[in-house]
Write a protein that binds this ligand. Sequence first.
Ligand SMILES: [Zn+2]
Ligand SMILES: [Zn+2]
Length: 264
Amino acid sequence: MDVNFKILGSSSAGNSSLLQVKGSKILIDAGLSARKLQSLLSEQGTSAEELDAVFLTHEHADHSAGIRGLSKFQQLPVFANQDTVQAVQSKLPRRPNWKIFETGKSFEFKEFMIHPFSVPHDAYDPVGFYFQWGKDDLFEPHGSLAWVTDLGFVPTLVRERIRKAKILVVESNYCPRMLEADIKRPWSLKQRIRSRHGHLSNQSTFDLLNSYTSPCWQKIFIMHLSKDCNDVDIVRNQFKELNGQGNRFQTFVIDPTTAEPHLV
Ligand SMILES: [Zn+2]
Ligand SMILES: [Zn+2]
């Protein structure tokens, strides 16, 4: 089946990606301005007018900033849970075409079956997504993508959710040594990032990926790297160890400045 997945933005510059399956085009998170998203979409040969929906994980600006501008497309469905809708709407002049889902409850939209699941992070009701599409036959084999960013640790439920994904998108936010040495962030913010409701460190993400035996992954995208407190080459070096253990997947690290994927 025709599947096109492109990360448009990653990390503090704003997180967003375009998933296209058959004729359906969706954005997962919209953390860049609508103007910027429009130009990135046009580089992909499409536009906001052609989007079928947007799915939001949580209200933080690096995931939702584009909703303000995208809300002028009054037909465009924006999927989020109630708490996220309230938090985002409180800062908007217009009401987007909200579609409210319940965390933990699966639903269908066009080609997709969507499973939103809870993640531990300092937002009102943050979620990760597991998208599935296709039938399980030779002509249309199942496809799936798990999107897991912004979490302080990985609960068992999340581990189970990502086990079967063919495409896995996961954060690796900071290098503990670089975070420790950083002079821009006050101690309290560093503590928040490191907490169980903050973000995953390189080591935590590596340990997570390294702990599965024969996972289904074909491609892994490591994203949401901190610009100041992480480094693409450090992550690439560390994650090289995932190769050569009978693992068949390819791992890409997303540059937080350019959103370009670098093969590990
Ligand atoms: Zn967040
Ligand atoms: Zn974030």
